[in-house]
Design a protein around this ligand. Structure first.
Ligand code: MRU
Length: 343
């Protein structure tokens, strides 16, 4: 595995700038919490688990500054920094999960908080990679020999601590010799599939064929794919799944064509406080992401655009949810609760 989107080096957070991939492979160094929040909002780093890990290191950076400012009051003054991080993006629950896990350490700290918080952020990062490898093995066991797989967006090493969720399953299934061909949706408008998934798989020598989103149902109809494997930004307590816009239509079409649909996500993506997908906040981004291609306007002057960047797939269309705790087939509220009780 050759791609690492996040690292802590020489007392600063380094993020691979995903806005520039694959043309440029550039890291940016961060030492202020406001800049970390901007990096999440502007999608220097993106993907649910990667956003959470980044926020955890953002809490370390905030605590360092607040403790230097006022050693007796850092717990109070850091509150606004945590809100700044939490406000950066609304849909991926991993962001809020990571901030709360970091906050959970505050009470046990005496004196300078940096060492304890840095250990926690590094642990969150390591645990995410370990969870991805476990999910990779579990998900790959579901894939029949010779299967072709379609994935959407980028749910890979770039979207996580490393290895990936959906792409982790693809990596493990390829290593087991089970995969015929990998297809990736280009994933309009931000092109996570064309720019990131294709780049990341090719770094590992895994061949990939891109398709336009509009080609997905036709690919299924032609019998060219057996599994759809995607990640998630938030899974509700009943198994409804929020993921990149376009995921829902893949699930509808997969069911129509009698194909299998797998969601791969760590338990940090499961939100037991949300009963069903209707309550998951869906981010809407700037219309310019649709009206332009890079800096160039491509839409007719005067056209407006609606740009929701996630959708919700109802649990009934999901064949399997794979977490590091195991595989939940045909998910429902009872099965999700049983899985989460083991965490
Ligand atoms: O807008 P993005 O690129 O942050 O959206 C990312 C996705 O939708 C991924 O599929 C999801 O976060 C799972 S990543 C392991």
């Amino acid at each position: 595995m050759s791609v690492f989107p996040i690292r802590w080096h020489e007392e600063a957070l380094k993020l691979l700038d995903q806005r520039l991939l694959p043309a440029e492979v550039t890291e940016i160094s961060y030492d202020s919490v406001a800049a970390v929040a901007d990096a999440i909002r502007d999608m220097v780093v993106r993907g649910a688990p990667a956003i959470g890990i980044t926020a955890a290191f953002g809490v370390v950076i905030a605590a360092r500054a607040r403790y230097a400012e006022s050693p007796d009051n850092w717990r109070e003054s850091i509150g606004k920094d945590l809100r700044l991080l939490a406000d950066a993006r609304p849909t991926a629950i991993n962001l809020f999960w990571a901030i709360e896990r970091m906050r959970g350490c505050f009470d046990e700290i005496e004196g300078d908080p940096v060492e304890r918080l840095l250990t926690e952020a590094k642990t969150i990062h390591k645990e995410d990679i370990a969870a991805n490898k476990r999910m990779g093995d579990l998900g790959a066991q579901l894939i029949g020999a010779g299967s072709n797989i379609l994935t959407h967006c980028n749910a890979g090493a770039l979207a996580t601590g490393g290895y990936g969720t959906a792409l982790g399953v693809i990596r493990s299934a390829v290593a087991a010799g089970k995969v015929g061909q990998v297809f990736a949706d280009e994933t309009r408008p931000w092109l996570q599939g064309a720019r990131l998934t294709a780049w990341e798989l090719l770094q590992d020598g895994i061949p990939v064929s891109l398709i336009a989103e509009g080609a997905a149902s036709w690919l299924m109809c032609q019998g060219k794919v057996q599994w759809i494997v995607v990640g998630s930004d938030r899974i509700a307590a009943n198994g409804d799944v929020a993921n990149k816009i376009g995921t829902y239509q893949l699930a509808v079409s997969a069911r129509y064509h009698g194909l299998k649909f797998m969601v791969v996500a760590p338990t940090s993506t499961v939100d037991m406080n949300i009963a069903g997908g209707a309550d998951i906040p869906i981010e809407t981004r700037n219309a310019d992401e649709l009206l332009k291609c890079g800096d160039k306007t491509v839409a007719a002057a005067g056209a407006s655009a609606w740009n929701p960047v996630f959708d919700v797939t109802p649990a009934v269309l999901v064949d399997a949810i794979v977490t590091e705790q195991g595989v939940v087939e045909k998910p429902d509220a009872k099965k999700i609760l049983a899985m989460m009780e083991n965490t």
